[in-house]
Design a protein around this ligand. Structure first.
Ligand SMILES: Cc1ncc(COP(=O)(O)O)c(C=O)c1O
Length: 370
C-alpha cells in the first residue's frame, strides 16, 4: 500500500499561513508522548502559560492554549462572553472581522458593526463615535487582517476603551510573534491567537488570554456557556491548580508550542520583530523594483503579510501554480473583493529570513518575466 506521506515535499511557505516550522519545533513534536495529567507534563503546562504571558505582555492568570486552530480561539472568546441579546460591536475591514460578526450573530448577540474598505485601516473617529453613542458588552477588532495585510490600531482603540464597561476583544492570530502585542498596556480584555503564523508551529492550538474583567463577565453570566468543549470555567479546572480532567490535552502539539515560544524568547521578541520588519522592507523594495504596486499604504502595512497587486499582464493563479510546482514556494491569492487581483505574501516567523525573500523575488521575476 502506498504511503502518501512519503510524497510530502518541503515547500517554502510564504502564504497567509501556515508558515515554515523550524527544526527544533519538529523535534519537540516528535518527543515521547506522556500522560496529560503526568506530573512532568503539568510542569510543562505551567511554563507554557508563563511563556505565553511574556509574549502577550500580560499578567492575566487565565492565559492558556485552546485545543483547536485560531477559529477555536475566536469561538472560545465569543461563546464565553456573549449571551443572547448582548450588544456587540465588531470592527470590520476584511474576512476575519466578518467572521467575528458571524460568530457573534450565531450566538444570538445583537451585532452592530463598523465596516471599512478592504485594504484600508480602521478610522478611529468612527470607532470613537460608536463607543460614545452606544454601550456595548463587547467591542471586537482584528489586529493583523490577514485577508488584506492591514495593521489595525489596536493600541489606539485600547486607549478609547479605558473606563468603558465593554470587553475589548482582539484577534492576534497573525500578529502574535511578528509585531508587538501588549495586552495589558492596550487595555485588551480578551484575546486569541493561532500557532501556525508568526509562532511557527503547525496549526492546532489557539493561545487565549482573559483579563480579570473578562473573567468577571464569564462568572456573572445569567445563562450557561452554550458550548461545553470551550467553556473557560471548565477548561480552567484543568489548566488551573485543580488539574481536573476536561478533555485529553493534545500533548505533542503543546510540546510544539512550548518550543516555538521558547525559540522566540531565546531570540528575544524585539529582535524577532526587527527580523520581520527587515524582511518586509527587502520584499517591498524587490516587488516595487519589478514595477509592482502594494495594496496597503505604507503606514498601515503588516510586515508578516504583504499584499501586492498582480500585474495585468499575467494570470495571477497561473503564477501561484508555477511558483508552487517549479520553485516549491507557496504564496496566497486574494479573498472576497480582492480575489484574482492580489497576492498575499507571508513572512511569518521562521519564514521571515532574508534568504527566503531573495529566493522568492528571483522566482517571481522569472515567473512573471520581469
Ligand atoms: C486574523 C485571523 N483570524 C482568525 C483566523 C482563523 O484561524 P484558523 O484558520 O487557524 O482557524 C485566521 C486564519 O488565517 C486569521 O488570519
Amino acid at each position: 500500500m502506498k504511503n502518501l506521506l512519503e510524497g510530502v515535499e518541503e515547500i517554502l511557505l510564504m502564504g497567509p499561513g501556515p508558515s515554515c516550522v523550524p527544526p527544533e519545533v519538529y523535534k519537540a513534536l516528535s518527543r515521547k508522548t506522556i500522560g496529560h495529567l503526568d506530573p512532568y507534563f503539568l510542569e510543562i503546562m505551567e511554563e507554557l502559560k508563563e511563556m505565553l504571558r511574556k509574549i502577550l505582555n500580560t499578567g492575566n492568570i487565565i492565559t492558556i492554549p485552546i485545543s483547536g486552530t485560531g477559529s477555536a480561539g475566536m469561538e472560545a472568546c465569543f461563546v464565553n462572553l456573549v449571551e443572547p441579546g448582548d450588544r456587540v460591536l465588531v470592527i470590520i475591514n476584511g474576512v476575519f472581522g466578518q467572521r467575528m460578526r458571524e460568530v457573534a450573530t450565531r450566538l444570538g448577540a445583537n451585532v452592530d458593526f463598523l465596516e471599512f474598505a478592504w485594504g484600508t485601516p480602521v478610522r478611529l473617529e468612527d470607532v470613537e463615535k460608536k463607543l460614545r453613542e452606544t454601550s456595548y458588552r463587547i467591542a471586537a477588532v482584528v489586529h493583523a487582517e490577514t485577508s488584506t495585510g492591514v495593521r489595525n490600531p489596536v493600541d489606539e482603540i485600547g486607549k478609547m476603551m479605558k473606563g468603558n464597561d465593554a470587553i475589548y476583544l482582539v484577534d492576534t492570530v497573525t500578529s502574535l510573534g511578528g509585531i508587538e502585542v501588549r495586552m495589558d498596556d492596550w487595555n485588551i480584555d480578551a484575546l486569541y491567537s493561532g500557532t501556525q503564523k508568526c509562532l511557527s508551529c503547525p496549526p492546532g492550538l489557539a493561545p487565549l488570554s482573559f483579563s480579570e474583567k473578562a473573567m468577571a463577565k464569564v462568572k456573572g453570566r445569567k445563562t450557561k456557556v452554550p458550548n461545553w468543549y470551550l467553556d473557560l470555567t471548565l477548561l480552567c479546572e484543568y489548566w488551573g491548580r485543580n488539574r481536573i480532567y476536561h478533555h485529553t490535552a493534545p500533548v505533542n502539539m503543546l510540546y510544539g508550542l512550548y518550543q516555538a515560544l521558547y525559540n522566540i524568547l531565546q531570540e528575544e521578541p524585539a529582535k524577532v520583530f526587527a527580523r520581520h520588519q527587515e524582511c518586509h522592507e527587502a520584499l517591498v523594495k524587490g516587488l516595487e523594483g519589478m514595477g509592482l504596486r502594494m495594496l496597503v499604504d505604507k503606514p498601515y502595512r503588516l510586515p508578516m503579510l504583504n499584499t501586492v497587486y498582480s500585474p495585468d499582464s499575467v494570470d495571477e493563479l497561473s503564477v501561484r501554480k508555477r511558483l508552487r510546482s517549479e520553485f516549491k514556494i507557496e504564496i496566497g491569492g486574494g479573498l472576497g473583493p480582492l480575489a484574482g487581483k492580489i497576492w498575499r505574501i507571508g513572512l511569518m516567523g521562521h519564514t521571515a529570513r532574508k534568504k527566503n525573500v531573495t529566493r522568492f523575488l528571483k522566482a517571481l521575476k522569472t515567473t512573471i518575466g520581469k
